[in-house]
Design a protein around this ligand. Structure first.
Ligand SMILES: Cc1ncc(COP(=O)(O)O)c(C=O)c1O
Length: 476
């Protein structure tokens, strides 16, 4: 398989990479005077702006985009952290000037917006088998934290909050599950999975007690394996007096086929960027709505939207845990999710889950790596075997594809957690498989120095995380 050299644009005097706009030259321009109450030290009379013609500016950004890799350039098979292709029509809906609504507008003047909120609350409730939904949390992890606060409010109302101090989390769960439970003040009890990668029912029984506040679970789990004993699992947790929390990261495997509410889950979050094709936002705005059963609706964050006599109004649930985000959440992200759900409809969503599962199963049969657990659904975890999974992933970049999630879950050694998603064609899956197989057949040395064909080579990830340079000022 041919390796792919990524475009590299540079000036001779700029270390081989496309220079920053300010490095291309600036022009000092006077700022027109305006009345302001800002103190003098925060205002200025002149400002240095990049001095470029329109073609220079257009080329600068086009070049930068060609040095980058994104979902619009190729597949992005990050298992669990799903980077799904986002249909462009949802962007058009969000960019429509009519979609821009100030959060402080009086509710009588934003009836259309509230109607969309209400419809989305209802369609998510229907999809998840829940009775009520809050759209407020701004990400999956924020949804988890919100859900655990609701769990806590429920135990407090029953006078059991002092006794119920533990939340059970499977070892293979996403790190945010442990963090959400701990941030809400719970002791986290780790539950090792059974030999087949699923919850070990007897181990769960042994771990539950009067101290159990709840269990956090995703189904299919992070190995892509469906928890077939889910009804028994729910009974064990409920009989112990705990609640069942569903991490919605893998909901796209169930769409239109099975519902967490019907499996016995009491609280769940929806990762709209994983299931309903909204952008993840590179750490920017997201949404992680939370659904609950009827008994728990009184604890949802405020405000909620309801319909009374053909009018939409905001209300605060009786024992609301309060606000978890400004206004009513990230409206434009939610609007994209709504547009996606409405465009696909029930049949389209069911079709999406079929394709997500088919694509993962097809890809897994095309690669030469071992996939230790199965049968799996929308994602699978392959093992890089003797190779280091991180090196393996870096080398895949040289073949022009984004690699899978690496080194997690730890139950698979040198894990490559792969989720092609429903959006990819057979041709793209074959290209991905060819990249996996090309790297499989290379020696460790080629992998250790990879990537060699990308605009930027291997970076020091620890320094990048600990000492990020977030502004061009840092280069000065
Ligand atoms: C299984 C699982 N749960 C929760 C989360 C957290 O979601 P978010 O990234 O929206 O905070 C992730 C994120 O990738 C995940 O994979």
């Amino acid at each position: 398989m041919q390796r792919h050299r990524q475009a590299i644009w540079g000036d001779d005097d700029a270390a081989g990479l496309e220079p920053l706009l300010v490095e291309k030259g600036t022009e000092t321009v006077a700022v027109s005077e305006i009345e302001t109450s800002l103190p003098d030290e925060l205002t200025r009379d002149t400002i240095a702006l990049p001095s470029l013609s329109e073609p220079e500016l257009a080329r600068h950004y086009t070049r930068l985009s060609q040095m980058n890799y994104g979902i619009d350039s190729g597949p992005y098979p990050l298992g669990s952290c799903t980077m799904k292709y986002n249909p462009k029509f949802t962007e058009d809906v969000a960019a429509d000037p009519a979609s821009s609504v100030h959060p402080d507008r009086d509710e009588r003047t934003v009836q259309g917006t509230l109607e969309v909120y209400h419809e989305l609350q209802s369609s998510l409730a229907e999809i998840g088998g829940m009775d009520a939904v809050s759209l407020q949390p701004p990400a999956g992890a924020a949804g988890e934290f919100t859900g655990i606060l609701i769990m806590k409010a429920f135990h407090e109302a029953n006078g059991e909050s002092k006794q119920r101090t533990e939340v059970i989390v499977p070892t293979s769960a996403h790190g945010t599950n442990f963090a959400s439970a701990a941030m809400a003040g719970y002791d986290v009890v780790e539950l090792a999975e059974g030999e087949d990668g699923r919850v070990d029912v007897e181990a769960l029984r042994a771990a539950t007690s009067d101290a159990t506040a709840g269990l956090m679970l995703t189904n299919p789990n992070t190995l892509g394996v469906f928890e077939r004993d889910i009804e028994e699992i729910a009974d064990i947790v409920h009989e112990a007096g705990g609640l069942l929390y569903y991490d919605g990261a893998n909901l796209n495997a169930l769409l239109g086929r099975a519902r967490p509410g019907d499996m016995g889950f009491d609280i769940m979050h929806y990762n709209v960027h994983k299931t309903f094709a909204t952008p993840h936002g590179g750490g920017g705005p997201g949404a992680g709505p939370v659904g609950v059963t009827a008994d728990l609706a009184q604890y949802l964050p405020a405000p909620q939207v309801r319909e009374v006599d053909n009018t939409y109004e905001l209300f605060v649930p009786d024992h609301s845990i309060g606000k978890v985000h400004d206004a009513m959440g990230n409206w434009l992200v939610l609007l994209k999710a709504h547009a996606y759900i409405e465009r696909l409809g029930a049949e389209g969503l069911r079709d999406a889950s079929a394709k997500a599962i088919l694509n993962a199963n097809y890809l897994a049969t095309q690669i030469e790596l071992e996939v230790p657990f199965g049968p799996f659904h929308h994602e699978f975890v392959a093992s890089a075997g003797e190779q280091d999974a991180a090196d393996f992933a870096k080398r895949m970049l040289d073949y022009g594809v984004h690699p899978p999630t690496t080194k997690w879950p730890e139950v698979v050694s040198e894990a490559l957690m792969t989720e092609p998603t429903e959006a990819e064609s057979k041709d793209t899956l074959d290209k991905l498989a060819a990249a996996f197989n090309a790297v499989c057949n290379e020696d460790a040395q080629a992998l250790e120095t990879a990537p060699g064909e990308t605009a930027v080579g291997r970076i020091d990830q620890t320094s990048a995380a600990r000492n990020p340079r977030l502004s061009w000022h840092h280069l000065e």
